[in-house]
Design a protein around this ligand. Structure first.
Ligand SMILES: Nc1nc2c(ncn2[C@@H]2O[C@H](COP(=O)(O)OP(=O)(O)OP(=O)(O)O)[C@@H](O)[C@H]2O)c(=O)[nH]1
Ligand SMILES: [Mg+2]
Length: 337
């Protein structure tokens, strides 16, 4: 899958239709009153999130979104039809900025969330509205108003509950492939994953959470080594980070500190998120392996994607964190029950 996480587009709403100048024409009524109808409204442009989308790739190909104008008013008080709206589908997690000022206009995090990004111009009023006692045959009608237009800068920060981070080859993609339906590429060379993958992890009957697998990071990533840290933006909004370290790491504690160091260089707030350590590939661990206690309050779990060891406990633990955070953030929901 191709992945694009920033794009610029141009949006323009439709202009309003013109109001009409017209006079009633009936038999035996030589001078009928004004009956010019109003112009229709121009089409609006909307942005709407769609959970199926996980990339801004479409906007590399189509960059202009222009809605049609409203139909002009006609005689016999006929109002012109409104221009059709355009609805642009974007992934959940799209941040929309004004292309000139770079001010944030919207952060579309929810599902099926929509905003009107450019308002269609109002139709002009027809001359039927402008008759006065002293001016009974107005030859004047309003023009339609202009539709709004704007350049937009869009940035995607994926919405996931759990973010997987770790060195290349730590087993991140393998983990997401065994506990979700996502099927990313897996291989025994570093930087197999080049773009983020999202997977939905089903938990018990009706529960689920979203996990993000991102490309591996290495020491010096902040200075651009490997693929750099650009993909870390996709775990900025997760509720918890799972730091994956292979059981055959030469020094688990050192690897852990390196990863935290790189996270901090990208965004210190990442270290304020709850985190846990997951030691992977336990099936190849040597007998002598001793997993050090790394930090107070940071849980360390061990798993094997091959044997299935520890996966149930990991899911339990992740669910506990993910659902616990949801409850903490939305206490009013509980009181309503
Ligand atoms: N024996 C064993 N091998 C594993 C396990 N999990 C992953 N591997 C192997 O480790 C290698 C790397 O796995 P990936 O899942 O691609 O690692 P990654 O962390 O996604 O790597 P990058 O995408 O490069 O960052 C592959 O050859 C996997 O088959 C495990 O539990 N046991
Ligand atoms: Mg991978």
């Amino acid at each position: 899958m191709k992945f694009v996480d920033s794009a610029s587009i141009f949006v323009q709403a439709g202009d309003g239709g013109k109001g009409c100048v017209s006079f009633r024409r009936e038999k035996f009524v030589p001078k009928g009153g004004p009956d010019g109808g109003d112009g229709g409204r121009g089409g609006h442009v909307w942005l709407r999130t769609n959970r199926q989308l996980t990339t801004l790739l479409d906007f590399k190909y189509k960059k202009k979104y222009i809605a049609v104008r409203g139909v002009h008013g006609q005689g016999a008080r006929k109002t012109g039809r409104d221009g059709a709206d355009i609805i642009i589908a974007v992934p959940c997690g799209t941040i929309v900025r004004n292309g000139e000022t770079n001010e944030i206009i919207a952060d579309l995090t929810g599902e099926d969330q929509e905003i009107m990004i450019a308002r269609g111009g109002k139709g002009g009023r027809g001359n039927q509205h402008f008759a006065t006692p002293t001016r009974q045959a107005p030859r004047y009608a309003e023009p339609g108003q202009k539709g709004e237009l704007m350049m937009l800068n869009m940035e995607l920060k994926l919405m996931a509950d759990v973010g997987l981070v770790g060195f290349p080859n730590a087993g991140k993609s393998t983990l997401i492939s065994v506990i979700s339906a996502a099927k990313p590429k897996i291989a025994d060379y570093p930087f197999t994953t080049l773009v983020p993958n999202l997977g939905i992890v089903r938990y018990e009957d009706y529960k689920s959470f979203v996990m993000a697998d991102i490309p591996g990071i290495i020491e010096g990533a902040a200075e651009g080594k490997g693929l750099g840290l650009q993909f870390l933006r996709h775990i900025e909004r997760t509720k918890i980070l799972a730091i994956l370290i292979s059981a055959d790491s030469p020094d688990i504690a050192d690897e852990y500190r390196t990863i935290l160091g790189e996270l901090e260089k990208f965004e210190p707030a990442l270290l304020d998120k709850p985190r846990m350590v997951v030691v992977t590939k336990m099936d190849i661990a040597t007998e002598e392996l001793e997993i050090p206690t790394l930090e107070e309050g940071v849980k360390v779990l061990s798993i094997s994607a091959v044997s299935g060891h520890g996966l149930k406990e990991l899911k339990d633990e992740l669910w506990r964190e993910v659902s616990g955070r949801i409850r903490a953030a939305e206490p009013q929901d509980e009181s309503l029950e």
